[in-house]
Design a protein around this ligand. Structure first.
Ligand SMILES: C[S@@+](CC[C@H](N)C(=O)[O-])C[C@H]1O[C@@H](n2cnc3c(N)ncnc32)[C@H](O)[C@@H]1O
Length: 370
């Protein structure tokens, strides 16, 4: 990382005395100026809300405090309290992972494909495992209903973290109160630990997914399984994540627990994927979309999916998966679509191929795609 020069610091100070502190986390003047503007706007908003209640606010002091927090590496989204995920403004709080635009791009892309499908079931069931802020269920619902109103969408977001689930429910309420909200379908959240053995005799703490679905009257079968699980290995967390991520975002959301002694060869970052694929098989998902860190992990996950021998197709999507024909390459027999880093693995079977437009109804005749 290039060091910040004295002349840049001096230039920043002449523009605004708060700017030099922001150069640390932002690295360049343009980004620091943007962040300072957003912090100013945030302080003005807080001051306005206080005035409406008859209170006053020392705006300069609050701005100074926020700049100090940001200079210490605290993510801007935790300071401002929100982040955009697609078109949705999602509430962020410390203790819950901040939604990323790459995740939103995969969700928008898959829903874009589904929106064109002629043969979706009247009730489309989507299971989002490791839901965090609830950003994936909410964007899925928002994107699907932006053009389709013939589907009863049922989305269930699952997480082990109470903090995440509380925030997800808050986000659902917040999105419901916006003008863009289409009041159709159902979005719900559920607490479960997806790493637990479904047959474990769990009496304390979070339940295994199967038991939780059962107890909460949720269906056992789901059409689509989506997940952005913790996928960073401890060494990659140390080497590849920024100080903001390492120091402020929850480890529970980033790094999976150590592998079991029965799986000594498993890369620790991969811990969730075999379980997610096994759940996909149990719930009879026709489409599975799993976020990954990079191409190496994408290939390990894609091979794991291929070894299961239940999918009719497996692809790897990059950060911007809306590919033109030129943006498709091949890695170990898997098509890799789009531009940027490898970001997700998508698998489909049966009718899932039709829903994604991978085959047409005519070409699929005689296959088990009903
Ligand atoms: C990478 S974050 C993804 C959050 C959100 N889906 C997103 O894309 O921003 C992973 C989430 O998995 C949850 N999680 C971690 N271990 C889990 C487990 N054993 N069972 C269920 N959820 C878990 C964390 O609480 C965290 O919210």
């Amino acid at each position: 990382m290039p060091r910040i020069t004295t002349s840049l610091l001096r230039k920043a100070r002449t523009i605004d005395p708060f700017l030099p502190a922001l150069l640390g986390p932002c690295r360049d003047l343009y980004a620091a100026q943007n962040e300072l503007r957003w912090l100013h706007e945030h302080v003005e908003k807080v001051a306005k809300a206080r005035r409406a209640k008859g209170d006053t606010l020392a705006e300069e002091a609050l701005l100074r405090q926020l700049v100090v927090e940001r200079a210490s590496g605290k993510p801007l989204q935790y300071i401002l309290g929100t982040e955009y995920f697609g078109d949705l403004e999602i509430r962020c709080r410390p203790g819950v992972l901040i939604p990323r635009s790459d995740t939103a791009a995969s969700v928008t892309h898959i829903v874009g494909l589904l929106r064109k499908a002629h043969n979706l079931p009247p009730e489309l069931r989507v299971l989002d495992l490791c839901t965090g802020t609830g950003c994936i269920p909410l964007l899925f619902q928002h994107e699907l209903y932006s053009t389709r109103n013939d589907i009863d969408l049922r989305v269930l977001g699952v997480d082990v973290s109470h903090k995440a689930l509380r925030l997800a429910s808050y986000n659902l309420q917040k999105v419901r109160n916006t003008r863009q909200y289409v009041d159709k379908g159902r979005v719900r959240f559920l607490k479960a630990d997806i790493l637990l053995d479904p047959f474990a005799d769990q009496t304390r703490g979070p339940l295994p997914l199967k038991t939780a679905l059962n107890l909460k009257g949720q269906p056992p079968f789901w059409d689509i399984l989506v997940s952005n699980p913790p996928y960073v290995s401890p060494s990659a967390c140390w080497k590849t994540t920024t100080r903001s991520v390492r120091g402020f975002e929850p480890k529970l959301a980033l790094v999976p627990p150590p592998s079991k002694p029965s799986q000594p060869d498993m890369v620790q970052g991969d811990e969730f994927y075999p379980r997610l694929l096994s759940i996909a098989q149990d719930v009879e998902a026709k489409i599975v979309l799993l976020e990954v860190a990079d191409l190496e992990q994408a290939l390990r996950v894609a091979r794991c999916a291929r070894d299961l021998d239940i999918f009719d197709g497996i692809e790897i999507w990059r950060d911007q998966p809306d590919s033109s024909p030129d943006d498709i390459t091949d890695e170990d027999g898997f098509p890799v679509l789009g531009q940027g880093n490898a970001r997700s693995v998508i698998c489909w079977r049966g009718t899932g191929a039709l829903w994604l437009g991978k085959v047409t109804a005519a070409t699929s005749k005689g296959d088990d795609v009903q």
